[in-house]
Design a protein around this ligand. Structure first.
Ligand code: C2E
Ligand code: CA
Ligand code: CA
Ligand code: CA
Length: 279
């Protein structure tokens, strides 16, 4: 009994330490949201499977903190979502990306369209469309230069309102991708009503292609459906030649993954993938 109590106390102490760590990280993230210090963006290329050309890029948030070091988005994004800090952080990210596009365009480079991830809270902001419109105007971006990725669960909630917002973004020329497709909901009928342009098949299916019959069946079903609906398909998380080969029998337009290109900082991305207009 006594031991049990000690164990409990140890457990409480550990819980407390963890809470404390999270709280510290949240405080740090709050400072970062206010100042922007330590925030950066990496860009990962999406390649057209048939032509081999760079067709787009995904913007991925990076955070470096003096004491925590590089914190993975898998750790700080959920924290940002729970605390609401995703709103100021997301806004900073959009400005960083917009400024980068403007700079590349001004330098005579031809940047591909870039997709920014939006979490639920961001998507449901009442002034999201106004923010995006203002961003395009402030940075004088061509229509559609910046698009968005959203997960299925966001789009299933309040569907009529979601359609309305997506429609408004489409009118600005934005491409809209459904991220991590296949992991969320089983009902596919909603797809035909959504004004989206792209499906991104979750990397869990890509990585099990050829190993699990279930994954192959899902990839076959999703790509077949996308073809019927006239949607672009991205295979994400492609890491090996075997996976690329296994995808060849399906209707897949774009490839994104470590095999074809890892996320890179803007300078590296430009050096590797951007060509000067007319050069
Ligand atoms: P995601 O939107 O599914 O982004 C793709 C993630 O897969 C990125 O991780 C990318 O680096 C990684 N990845 C790309 N190719 C491969 C591959 O071949 N193999 C493997 N194993 N991984 C690959 P990252 O940058 O760590 O981001 C993780 C998640 O954090 C993202 O998943 C996204 O949900 C979230 N995230 C990142 N940036 C933002 C942002 O600006 N806003 C929001 N709301 N979420 C973000
Ligand atoms: Ca994404
Ligand atoms: Ca994804
Ligand atoms: Ca994901």
């Amino acid at each position: 009994k006594k031991e049990g109590r000690n164990t409990y106390r140890l457990f409480r102490a550990e819980m407390h330490r963890q809470d404390h760590g999270l709280l510290k990280m949240e405080t740090a993230l709050r400072n970062t949201a206010e100042t922007g210090a330590g925030l950066g963006v990496h860009y990962q290329p999406l390649f057209d499977r048939d032509s081999g050309e760079v067709h787009g890029a995904e913007a991925l948030l990076r955070w470096h903190h003096p004491t925590f070091g590089h914190v993975s988005p898998g750790d700080f994004i959920p924290l940002a979502e729970r605390s609401g800090l995703i709103l100021p952080l997301g806004e900073r990210l959009m400005h960083l990306v917009a400024a980068q596009m403007r700079d590349w365009l001004a330098a005579g480079l031809a940047p591909p369209r870039v997709a920014v991830n939006l979490s639920a809270r961001q998507f449901w902001q009442s002034d999201l469309v106004a923010q995006v419109r203002a961003l395009y105007a402030a940075y004088e971006l061509p229509p559609g230069q910046i698009g968005f990725e959203l997960t299925e669960s966001i789009l299933l909630d309040k569907q009529q309102q979601a359609i309305h917002t997506l429609q408004a973004l489409r009118e600005l020329g934005c491409r809209i991708a459904i991220d991590d497709f296949g992991t969320g909901y089983s009902s596919l009928s909603y797809l035909q009503d959504l004004p989206v342009t792209t499906l991104k098949i979750d990397r869990s299916f890509i990585q099990q292609l050829g190993e699990s019959r279930g994954s192959s069946a899902i990839v076959a079903a999703v790509t077949g459906l996308a073809k019927e609906l006239g949607l672009r398909v991205v295979a994400e998380g492609v890491e090996t030649e075997d996976q690329l080969q296994a995808l060849s029998r399906y209707h897949v337009n774009l490839i994104q993954g470590f095999l074809t290109g890892r996320p890179a900082d803007a300078a590296t991305f430009a050096e590797r993938y951007l060509i000067r207009d007319g050069a």
